[in-house]
Design a protein around this ligand. Structure first.
Ligand code: 5AD
Ligand code: SF4
Length: 439
């Protein structure tokens, strides 16, 4: 028998869906009467909500466990440790065997966290990596107070099986939450303080409920009083239907931003990645999006050094970047993931070549981000104030195009402030308030 934990700390790594899951796990703990601890070292229960998307994730989890135990040990504490998220799903009992953690819980099973903790208290092995058909969402407590910008998971899992990716294995098959449950949660989030909601899914634009698509959901959420902004991420080019593109043209609360990963600009590599779209499909699609919303900020994900990637393939990626003019983008070195088809491909790209390509790609993306920011100078827009800045009197928020905007003045967190974007930095903008458009 161990003492039942009174305080908890949830640490999330990786994608925004993990951030959302981490919040929901914290709500579960709070509903049990536990209170949050400021840091991991001071908590009775530490939940590490892990990410498995790229390499070293697993090793990082083991070293984090060691560090948490050491820091807690200095205070004479022995915390209970729960491993959640995609490493939990992928490693399962291996983590218990290797690190003697108390609880292992997968991304589709975390509604059982309180029961698993109770099991660990009485000294039983507590492991749940099931992917039940019935969704966890109905078993989670109501939303608590949230910040002005909140996440809402509407879709999970992936059926696309890109050859490099672990997500279909760790998050399971594509499932969509029901329309009514999402609308209810969105209303609860607005009541709890949200002014912006980002709809989340591994393939969020594959969301579907009985023939209704993401655009129908967005049009319904658009009517919620008090909800000023809607975003969604992350999307797959093949699920980008005309209805959603049209919504970008006429739904005012749908922000002019689209994160649409392409991964490579080479049709040959896209085929090897099993992306099921070519370079030109992607470029044509983006033209259609820009046609309805010319100011839209575009974003993407890239992998360099996929097995077999030649200099010519990489040149195709650079030329696609040039053609697109992304407002921002994420880029990664290919990392072989155990159990994925690409992990057995033999024509690996040497590490030094990957490093060099990543540098060139990031230089191009950085240049375009800066160009986008410079081109925004002089624009008037709203900024949703999300937190205090580092300087006295400075606040930090987001523009509609997801740029970070610094502004001075007497603004409260959650205010929508009309600003003129006055100056551009490489990663952020400076705004000057004009007049409040809403309290
Ligand atoms: N190696 C490198 N990057 C990867 N991603 C997914 N799997 C891998 C991998 N094995 C990247 C993709 C994806 C983003 C979330 O992570 O670009 O869009
Ligand atoms: Fe992974 Fe591809 Fe699915 Fe995205 S679409 S989660 S990259 S398998």
């Amino acid at each position: 028998m161990k003492p039942a934990p009174q305080t908890y700390h949830v640490k999330s790594f990786g994608c925004q869906m993990n951030v959302y899951d981490g919040e929901r796990m914290a709500e579960l703990m709070a509903a049990q009467g536990m209170t949050p601890a400021a840091d991991a070292a001071g908590a009775d229960l530490v939940v590490l909500n892990t990410c498995h998307i790229r390499e070293r994730a697993t090793e990082k989890v083991y070293s984090d466990i060691g560090r948490i135990r050491k820091d807690a040990g200095k205070q004479g504490r022995v915390p209970m440790i729960a491993i959640a998220g995609c490493v939990a799903q992928a490693e399962g009992a291996e983590i218990v065997a290797r690190a003697k953690v108390d609880v292992v819980v997968g991304p589709q099973a975390y509604h059982n966290l309180p029961a698993l903790v109770a099991q660990a208290v009485v000294g039983e092995a507590a492991l749940d990596t099931d992917m039940p058909l019935a969704s966890k969402f109905g078993k989670l407590p109501a939303r608590r107070k949230v910040g002005p910008s909140a996440f809402l998971t509407v879709q999970e899992g992936c059926d696309k099986f890109c050859t490099y990716c672990v997500v279909p294995y760790t998050r399971g098959a594509e499932i969509s939450r029901p329309f009514a449950a999402i609308v209810d949660e969105a209303k609860a989030l607005v009541d709890a303080g949200a002014r912006e909601i980002t709809l989340l899914g591994q393939n969020v634009n594959a969301w579907d409920d009985d023939g209704r698509g993401l655009h129908d959901l967005i049009r319904t959420l658009d009517r919620i009083e008090g909800l000023a902004r809607i975003r969604y991420t992350t999307s797959h080019p093949n699920d980008m239907r005309q209805g959603l593109i049209d919504a970008h043209g006429d739904v005012e609360s749908l922000m002019p931003f689209l994160h649409l990963p392409v991964q490579s600009g080479s049709t040959r590599i896209l085929k090897a990645m099993n992306r099921s779209h070519g370079r030109d499909d992607y470029l044509r699609l983006m033209d259609r999006v820009r046609a309805v919303r010319p100011d839209i900020a575009l974003s993407g994900d890239f992998i360099v050094g996929f097995p077999g990637e030649t200099e010519a393939d990489f040149a195709d990626t650079l030329s696609l970047v040039d053609a697109m003019g992304y407002a921002q983008a994420f880029s990664f070195k290919y990392s072989p993931r155990p159990g994925t088809p690409a992990a057995t491909m033999t024509d690996e790209v040497p590490e030094a070549v990957m490093d060099e390509r990543l540098q060139r790609l990031q230089a191009a993306l950085g240049r375009d981000q800066q160009a986008f920011n410079r081109a925004s100078v002089g624009r008037t827009c709203t900024v949703l104030v999300e937190r205090r800045g580092k300087l006295p009197g400075q606040m930090l928020g987001k523009s509609p195009w997801l740029q970070s905007v610094h502004l001075m003045g007497d603004h409260a967190i959650g205010d929508l402030v009309e600003v003129e974007l006055a100056a551009a930095g490489p990663l952020s903008m400076t705004g000057v308030a004009r007049m409040p458009v809403a309290a």
